[in-house]
Write a protein of this length. Sequence first.
Length: 77
Amino acid sequence: MKHNMGKADRIVRSMVGIGLVYAIFSKTVDGTIAVVSGLVAVMMLVTAITGYCPPYGFLGIKTCKCEEHDEEPFPVS
């Protein structure tokens, strides 16, 4: 899978996701806001773990500086 997120981006997303999960479990937020926060937390954590953000791919944004992640697994010649 191609990566389009750099290390700093992944760390920030992880911290935001963990913070939202903490806010939910500590009952700082509740109701509809807790549900929305939970969905955002899951999205942040999944993208941080995989290193791929679908909106970044759609918009052509790339914060990863590594070129080896962009190579096709089976190059077509």
